[in-house]
Design a protein around this ligand. Structure first.
Ligand code: FAD
Ligand code: SF4
Length: 512
């Protein structure tokens, strides 16, 4: 076999036909390399649907590349001599193909970037790592932006709006304001969302995906989660169809309802686009442009379009910037000194706290929970219990179909656990059961009372919330965004405080 000029490495979350790594590809001399390896599915105890999503999307991308004339060297997980790790598979391919160079777009995960660089060096093959054009803001631009300033997502987002012209009219934000958050915190009230929540477009498995589902079901039978609901877009065409479906049917109600939660309604008005975006089947520019066009044509309100754009242009780019700015040390941050193990209920959903039961069971069933379920139910509970943030991170990385470390870690360890001391969020997101009661119908089916902090009917969220304020009183009082919450402690007598602390300790001790 003639030696390959450039072996283009395409990782599972780089399924982008416009990737810089494919620039100037010469089918006569270059080849693409892709590998499914067990290590990537087992380094955290990964949800079956997350494994299946990656494998199904990779196989479709391989087929698409081949149909377009690319030579693709592809290693399947079920190939009998699969060596199980990216490094070992790459070593075999380099020995076989003798490439003059390896080419890759920068990996999305620090661990993988380091492993690739080390492998290439060990094998003595030059590795060209190219910038990922998928994002609005490169890692270098973010580093420059961050230099010498206290980072806040809001100001970064405004800069990107100005630079890209997204939702701007003549140098000013559309509508005169940068953000419509105040209009975007609605709940459903007692009646709930009614029968009118549009069902999102579903993408039934084709033969390629069915093979993957069978393989994952058998090979990873002991992994968490179910494959029964698997209907994610795994091709570029289906991802585009998912985007069109969202913009047409759910974006108009996205803004006002984005914080609300309701039993048996996992998606509500959310887009379900994160997995397709993170695999790079969709680009953030086309997603943002579609939302802006809907606003400009009068198909969506400004509050909805801006609320959505803020997530993609703002939070998603910001999370990536924070990740690469602070890795690898970010992984070990633990600003609140939390050390408890992750309660088992996160893997089983077995608990009598109704909100947690619903959020965990939905996660295991679908591989999906929307932002407020992740942040204000699952995240707040771990924060209030005092779970080790690294354990929390391991769980989030494992259980969601859209989980890739550059976006998951800043959100879980940073935003939800405040372990980075305020880089992602300017305050710890701590709340009592009353917040859950306001934003959902979970409390109505619960044996606990969200208004009570002590006694048999006390809601554990509420008990743990007051206990959290007591335990972290000084830093919370010094933070202008939480000082008002701490002031409420003045209402508690010494006996009340002792009762809260005792109840919180007993509850923590009861967790397995
Ligand atoms: P929508 O609510 O429709 O939002 C639109 C898009 O905006 C999403 O598809 C996503 O690309 C982007 N987005 C929204 N919020 C954020 C955010 N906070 N940070 C970055 N991008 C955002 N998102 C992931 O893509 N992968 C993760 O592993 C992940 N882990 C998270 C862990 C925690 C603890 C929290 C609080 C949030 C996490 N998020 C993660 C962000 C967010 O919850 C998901 O992007 C969202 O729920 C995905 O569903 P959707 O596509 O329906 O999103
Ligand atoms: Fe959750 Fe407390 Fe409400 Fe029960 S009462 S659902 S534990 S917030």
């Amino acid at each position: 076999m003639p030696a390959v000029r450039r072996l283009v490495l395409v990782l599972g979350d780089q399924l982008d036909l416009a990737s810089a790594a494919l620039d100037g590809f010469d089918p006569g001399r270059d080849a693409v390399w892709m590998a499914e390896v067990a290590d990537e599915s087992t380094h955290v105890w990964t949800h079956k649907a997350r494994i299946a999503l990656f494998l199904a999307a990779m196989r479709h991308f391989r087929d698409d590349l081949r149909a377009r004339g690319f030579a693709v060297h592809y290693r399947q997980l079920d190939d009998p001599d699969n060596r199980g790790s990216l490094a070992a598979e790459l070593e075999r391919s380099v020995a076989e193909l003798k490439p003059a160079r390896l080419v890759a777009v920068e990996p999305g995960e620090y661990r993988v970037r380091e492993a690739l660089a080390a492998t290439a060096q060990r094998l003595g093959v030059p590795l060209d790592v190219l910038q990922d054009r998928h994002f609005f803001c490169s890692t270098d631009e973010f580093q420059r932006y961050a230099r010498g300033r206290e980072l806040r997502m809001e100001f970064f987002y405004r800069e990107l709006r100005k630079r890209t012209g997204v939702l701007m009219d003549g140098g000013k934000p559309c509508g005169g304001a940068w953000n419509y958050d105040r209009e975007n915190r609605g709940s459903f009230g007692k009646g709930g969302p009614g029968m009118f929540v549009p069902t999102p477009a579903s993408f039934p498995a084709d033969a390629v995906t069915r093979d993957v589902l069978a393989l994952v079901g058998e090979r990873f039978a002991d992994h968490p989660g179910s494959l029964a609901r698997f209907d994610w877009p795994v091709t570029r065409d289906s991802a585009l169809a998912a985007l069109a479906d969202f913009v047409e049917n759910r974006l108009p109600d996205f803004g006002p309802r984005q914080d609300a939660m309701w039993t048996a309604e996992p998606y509500l008005y959310h887009s379900r686009l994160s997995a397709a975006l993170n695999l790079k089947l969709l680009g953030p520019r086309e997603v943002v442009a579609a939302a802006e066009a809907a606003y400009r044509d009068g198909r969506a309100s400004l509050a909805s379009a801006e609320g959505f754009v803020r997530q993609v242009l703002g939070w998603r780019e910001y999370a990536r910037g924070v990740y690469w700015l602070h890795m690898p040390g970010y992984l070990d941050r633990n600003a609140l000194g939390a050390t408890r193990p992750l309660p088992r209920l996160y893997w089983t959903g077995e608990t009598d706290l109704n909100c947690l039961r619903h959020a965990v069971r939905q996660t295991l069933e679908y591989g999906y929970a929307h932002h407020i379920q992740r942040l204000m139910v699952l995240g707040v509970f771990a924060l209030l219990v005092g779970v080790d943030p690294k354990a929390v991170h391991g769980w989030y990385l494992a259980v969601y179909v859209d989980a890739v470390e550059w976006v998951e870690l800043p959100n879980s360890l940073g935003m939800s656990q405040y372990a980075d001391g305020g880089v992602m969020a300017s305050k710890p997101y701590c709340a009592s059961g009353r917040y859950v009661d306001r934003m959902s119908n979970y409390c109505r089916g619960c044996r606990y009372d969200p208004g009570k902090a002590v006694g048999d009917a006390a809601c554990p969220f509420t008990t743990l919330y007051w206990d959290f304020l007591l335990r972290h009183r000084d830093p919370l009082a010094a933070n202008p965004r939480t000082s008002a919450q701490v002031k409420n402690l003045d209402r508690l007598t010494p006996a009340d405080r002792a009762a809260v602390r005792g109840q919180a300790d007993r509850f923590r001790a009861s967790l397995l």
